[in-house]
Write a protein that binds this ligand. Structure first.
Ligand SMILES: [Zn+2]
Length: 310
């Protein structure tokens, strides 16, 4: 039975199968137009499933996709979901200069806001790419009117991660305002943070392990988790790309046939909502009704030492 005490955050990163970071070295962005796009059909399947389960989610939509498929963006919004930005070009934040990051963020926001006629204030960096190298991104997010972020993964990984980042939602004070961060969920096992919150991890781990891990975040840690999924992960019939490294291809294609069924199961077993609802509900139950504010002790000792945090 779903735990009534928490609202977990359900997030969907709306991008196509050929836009993932694992293939980016072999698929230049000006070649994206050459591929058969499947993002609309795949996202519509997600929307149908969520409607059946009466669940609302946050959709982080790639600007490139939003610009080409405006009806999809309107359908997401009309169904009561929260539309956020997943950047415009799906470039890793830590590979951009702050100015490049800002320009891309603005471009993505403009597309979404023009389509929806409302403010867009939630962001997820491609491949959780807010790391110790790109903590400046929070200042820019705040400057640009973003108040909610889910771009940090508190684990070790070859491409992303801030291993010592808090695992629970927290707030960050920046000169331009406060940004709330809800990190991708990791479970503490001994001295390790183990990723359990979606994407490839959801396809690799047996479903029962994921279910127990997420239930333990809700019950033992007493807090919500963030779950993330990509529409292409529900599409075993997508064209097989032969580009990228063997590791990238393995990560991308592993167990795609099981994802839809597992995802439907998960939706029936946990209580979910939009990222903003999840964070607000969680904060309301904390002392003072507020998230812990990160000012001094930083995401880890090093970030403080190099002066990235006040
Ligand atoms: Zn992405």
């Amino acid at each position: 039975m779903p735990d009534a005490e928490v609202i977990n955050a359900l997030t969907v990163d709306v991008e196509d199968y050929f836009q993932v970071t694992g293939f980016e070295r072999d698929i230049p962005r000006d070649h994206w137009e050459r591929f058969e796009s499947r993002v609309v059909g795949n996202t519509e399947r997600v929307l149908e499933l969520l409607a059946e389960c009466d669940v609302h989610a946050t959709f982080f939509i790639l600007g490139w996709v939003a610009e080409r498929f405006p009806e999809l963006v309107r359908a997401i919004d009309a169904a009561g979901h929260e539309a956020g930005s997943h950047s415009y070009w799906h470039r890793l934040a830590y590979r951009l200069t702050p100015d490049e990051f800002r320009a891309d963020l603005r471009q993505s926001r403009r597309v979404l806001e023009d389509l929806l006629g409302k403010r867009v204030s939630a962001f997820r960096a491609p491949s959780f790419s807010i790391t110790l190298q790109s903590l400046w991104a929070y200042d820019i997010l705040a400057d640009e009117g973003f108040t909610l972020d889910s771009s940090v993964f508190p684990i070790r990984h070859d491409r992303y991660g801030i291993p010592h980042a808090p695992r629970a939602p927290f707030a960050i004070e920046t000169p331009g305002g406060t940004v709330t961060e809800f990190p991708a969920t990791a479970l503490r096992l001994g001295k390790l943070n183990v990723p359990v919150s979606g994407g490839g991890y959801f396809r690799f781990l047996p479903y029962e392990i994921t279910r127990q891990a997420l239930a333990s975040v809700n019950r033992r840690a007493g807090r919500p988790f963030v779950f993330y999924i990509h529409p292409w992960e529900l599409d075993p019939r997508q064209p097989r790309l032969t580009t990228g490294t063997r590791l990238s291809r393995w990560r991308h294609y592993f167990n795609l046939t099981a994802t839809y069924r597992r995802f439907a199961c998960l939706l029936s077993e946990f209580r979910f909502g939009r990222l903003s609802d999840s964070v607000a509900h969680h904060a309301a139950g904390l002392p003072g009704g507020r998230l812990p504010m990160l000012r001094g002790p930083a995401l880890n000792q090093r970030s403080q030492a190099i002066g990235l945090w006040k």
